[in-house]
Design a protein around this ligand. Structure first.
Ligand code: CTP
Length: 402
């Protein structure tokens, strides 16, 4: 599967003759499984039609700050939304004029506004006549854009529209796609890997309407899933009852209710995953008997007999082969000792320690304060931070170990 599969690509087309090749570029990207949207500069409209690009991308094409062809009821084309939608922004062809404007933060068309708003990796494929390409002013602009972290596809040698021959041709669409794949591969270190994550609480039924559960919100597990997907992994997220939903298309959510459901879902995938993270707050006990019908008040309920649920993580540890296995420990006393003990007992590669003694951290909230402990007992303690940032820290540690 291509690293471009499922990626949202914003293609910016500027007014150079190489724009006639962009329908092929759109087609090549779509063939790789990317979703493509196109933004054009007004002068690009002279070289290639929006209809062709809209047909191939199966998305509307935009080129002005207000919705196309509707002067009575003008609507704003939201450049911020479009830019933030993109996983990557490719400007091809990029004329000297656009390269210069990008370098100077000029914003007199929608494409430039998208560039300035974009938060994703940006790729630029310049195309211009050989002397323009070689001009020190243009070179300085391209160097400046590269310094900002933009990736420049060098122009190619060959026959130019002016009739001259030299360096200035836009890289061929198929070569752009190959280079994009190579570059993205470097930026998404978990591409081709599968990550299994358990999240949220489990509910253990007393009868059809009552259960034993806990206050876990699932936020930590869902943040881990989003982070793994951003790093390129395919994510299998097995989550107990939560109000959360997933964003990234690389995440497959398997909702479960009880520890037994979670156990079954985990072991239908576990053998084939590369990384497994148990962040779920699995109920440790369940009622031995769960009534088929609602237990009536008149009948009374003197006691509920409990039995232990199956320890999913411990079994993952027993069956561990290629998997990197990470567990969580929530402790209130002898925290390091207990967490280290759990790590060894469950045959984990590392364990994340949450302390209930840290105010504002842990269950339910948006923030967490963790200590990441490796199986050799070496550790890194982190500050209190949002769970999305904690998820980043955890994957930085995992990537180091891999
Ligand atoms: N876990 C699990 N299945 C269970 C219980 C726990 O997979 N039935 C996992 C959790 O997802 C977590 C880790 O085990 O990653 C720690 O669980 P915890 O309940 O804190 O530890 P226990 O081993 O149950 O020990 P104790 O309750 O004594 O702290």
């Amino acid at each position: 599967m291509s690293v471009l599969s499922g990626k949202k690509v914003l293609l910016g087309i500027t007014g150079g003759i190489a724009a006639y090749k962009t329908p092929l570029l759109v087609r090549a990207l779509v063939k790789k499984g990317a979703e493509v949207k196109v933004v054009m500069t007004p002068s690009a409209l002279d070289f290639v039609t929006p209809l062709t690009l809209a047909t191939l991308s199966q998305n509307p094409v935009v080129s002005s700050f207000t919705a196309e062809g509707n002067s009575d009821h003008l609507q704003w084309n939201n450049h911020v939304e479009l830019a933030l939608w993109a996983d990557l922004f490719l400007v091809a062809p990029a004329t000297s004029n656009t390269v210069s404007s990008m370098a100077q933060a000029r914003c007199n068309n929608l494409l430039l506004a998208c560039y300035l708003s974009a938060q994703c990796p940006i790729y630029i494929a310049p195309a211009m006549d050989l002397d323009m390409y070689a001009h020190p002013a243009n070179k300085a602009n391209m160097e400046k854009l590269a310094r900002f972290g933009n990736f420049i596809f060098p122009a190619q040698e060959g026959f130019l529209a002016s009739g001259l021959e030299g360096k200035g041709r836009m890289m061929e669409p198929d070569d752009i796609v190959v280079s994009l794949e190579e570059n993205l591969q470097e930026r998404v270190p978990l591409n081709g890997k599968t990550v299994l994550i358990t999240a949220g609480p489990t509910y253990e039924a007393i009868d059809p309407v009552r259960f034993i559960g806990n206050h876990s919100s699932g936020k930590m597990g869902f943040a881990l899933a989003e982070e793994a997907a951003k790093l390129g992994a395919k994510v299998i997220l097995i989550a107990g009852p939560t109000a959360l939903s997933t964003q990234h298309t690389n995440i497959i959510l398997h909702p479960v209710v009880s520890a037994a459901d979670m156990h079954a879902a985990v072991f239908s995938h576990y053998a084939n995953v590369d990384i497994a993270i148990a962040s779920a707050a699995v109920a440790d006990f369940r009622p031995i008997l769960s009534a088929d019908q609602k237990i009536k008040k008149q009948t009374g309920l003197a006691e509920i007999q409990l039995t232990e649920t199956i320890d999913i993580l411990a079994q993952m540890g027993k069956e561990k082969k290629q998997q990197f296995l990470l567990g969580f420990a929530l402790e209130t006393e002898n925290e390091l000792e207990n967490a280290n003990g759990k790590c060894a007992r469950k045959n984990l590669d590392a364990i994340v320690l949450n302390s209930l003694n840290d105010t504002d951290a842990g269950f339910g909230g948006f923030q967490n304060k963790i200590t990441y402990i490796r199986k050799d007992t070496s550790l890194v303690a982190f500050d209190l931070k949002p769970k999305t940032a904690v998820a980043k820290d955890i994957f930085t540690q995992i990537l180091k170990a891999l």
